[in-house]
Design a protein around this ligand. Structure first.
Ligand SMILES: *Cc1c(COP(=O)(O)O)cnc(C)c1O
Length: 435
């Protein structure tokens, strides 16, 4: 399988190169050169497949010969060792819980698959890969958890001393194994500057293999297709047309769903549900994407004013607005509406939504009201309510309980290396500890 840039001004590359580069040299994002198709009959077989089994079949279409079947099997079994349940609230409304991974959010799917795929490619070279990440809190722990225990890779996290919350610091500093946390005497911007410099420093890049594992990596998108199939496999009546409602920010989740449809997922339509950062619903109305500064909302992981995967979305449809509008229906919601939805669903169904999933649920309700067609909705639940405990408490009056596996982490002792805000120190650290 070959990958090309959305801007089409860079050479086609192998999966391996696409994964290590992140984005293409021309600044575009990698997409498959040719769209594969699932074999006829795959949908009817879906029911009998476990999640890792279907992940293997769908994944094989995109990794081609770059990853042998046995290695792919190992990657998906290692990455997806948690359940992906479909919860039925009413006959026509289901919630796909994507938050049972280690960081309690759907980003575990993309990050864990990418980590193991990189691990596979690195092991072929016999070298050690350094993944460097600067963080102000959450991204660092998601990356660290994803790479935890992956052979051939070490993660170096830079975080600003005294400027992350206690819970965040615990998540960054208690993992151990192949994860090292540097507690930098400086700000988040200083951490980011140090990490960026390391990625381009001639001495560092000459001596060690180093990457940033960023969020637009194609290796994150591929595994996000799997759970759309996973949802289908659990439906009681797959003959009723299915509409997916996707709470969206950078559009990774939505783009993966559209890719899944392109290769054969029998989905009728997709809802792109946003908070007041509504540039995508606005694009569906006007035909123009007008980026703007992001606004702060309760569903803050979706506070995006210029979605990074938008280029992939329009590329998938060859910029054909009519075709895009056929597949995607857009809507946006305020914080007040979000809180009310959390409250109402708790009252009606005794089910607790996090604020992001609540936006997705509002999307489905709004769609169902305006489109009378007989369909069933699947709302993607992107985060565990315990991750947004304050907001949940505000909406329903009860604080959700922290799952045991996270609570345990918070009890462990912090292990970090106090570090000066100086590149020469970082350079020395990276080179001296390269095995
Ligand atoms: C990242 C994130 C989103 C948005 O997903 P995109 O793929 O960026 O559109 C939604 N909900 C949660 C909880 C997230 O962390």
């Amino acid at each position: 399988m070959k990958f090309r840039s959305t801007l089409r001004r860079s050479p086609e590359v192998s999966l391996r190169d696409a994964v290590f580069r992140g984005s293409a040299p021309d600044g575009g994002l990698y997409m498959p050169v040719e769209m594969p198709r699932l074999p006829a009959g795959f949908s009817s077989r879906l029911r009998s497949l476990s999640f890792p089994e279907l992940a293997r079949e769908v994944g094989a279409l995109f990794v081609g010969d770059d990853v042998p079947p046995d290695a792919l099997a190992e990657i998906v079994t290692g990455a997806f060792d948690f359940p992906v349940p479909l919860i039925t609230l009413t006959e026509r409304l289901h919630i796909l819980e994507l938050f049972h991974g280690p960081t309690l959010a759907f980003k575990d799917f993309g990050a864990r698959f990418m980590a193991r795929l990189m691990g596979h490619f690195v092991q072929e070279t016999g070298k050690l890969l350094t993944v460097i990440v600067a963080t102000s809190g959450d991204t660092g722990s998601a990356v660290a958890h994803a790479f935890l225990g992956v052979p051939g890779i070490r993660v170096v996290i830079l975080y600003p001393a005294g400027r992350v919350s206690d819970a965040q610091e615990k998540q960054l500093t208690t993992l151990g194994q192949n994860i090292t946390a540097l507690e930098v005497a400086g700000s988040f911007d200083d951490c980011q500057r140090l990490a960026k410099q390391a990625l381009v420093d001639p001495i560092v890049t000459q001596e060690i293999m180093i990457t940033s594992a960023n969020s637009i990596n194609i290796a994150r998108l591929i595994p996000q297709m799997f759970y759309y199939f996973g949802a289908f496999s659990q439906l009681r009546d797959p003959a009723i047309p299915v509409v997916f409602s996707v709470p969206s920010g950078n559009l990774g989740n939505l783009t993966a769903g559209l890719l899944a449809k392109r290769i054969g997922l029998p989905a009728a339509q997709f809802i792109v549900a946003t908070n007041t950062n509504d540039v995508v619903p606005e694009f569906l109305r006007s035909g123009q994407l007008i980026p703007r500064a992001s606004r702060h909302t309760l569903s803050n992981a979706m506070d995006v004013g210029n979605p990074s995967n938008f280029a992939r979305l329009v590329d998938l449809y060859d910029n054909d607005l009519r075709a895009i509008r056929q597949d995607i229906w857009g809507c946006s919601f305020s914080d007040e509406e979000t809180l009310r939805a959390m409250h109402d669903v708790n009252q009606r169904h005794h089910y607790t939504l996090d604020p992001h999933t609540a936006v997705g649920l509002l999307g489905w309700e709004s769609f169902a009201k305006q489109n009378q067609a007989a369909a069933q909705g699947i709302v993607l639940a992107t985060a565990h309510p315990a991750k947004f405990a304050e907001t949940v408490a505000r909406a329903i009056g009860i604080r959700p309980e922290m799952p045991e596996r996270l609570a345990g982490l918070l009890k462990r002792p912090k292990q970090s290396i106090p570090f000066p805000n100086r590149f020469s120190a970082l350079q020395e650290f990276l080179l001296s500890s390269k095995t």
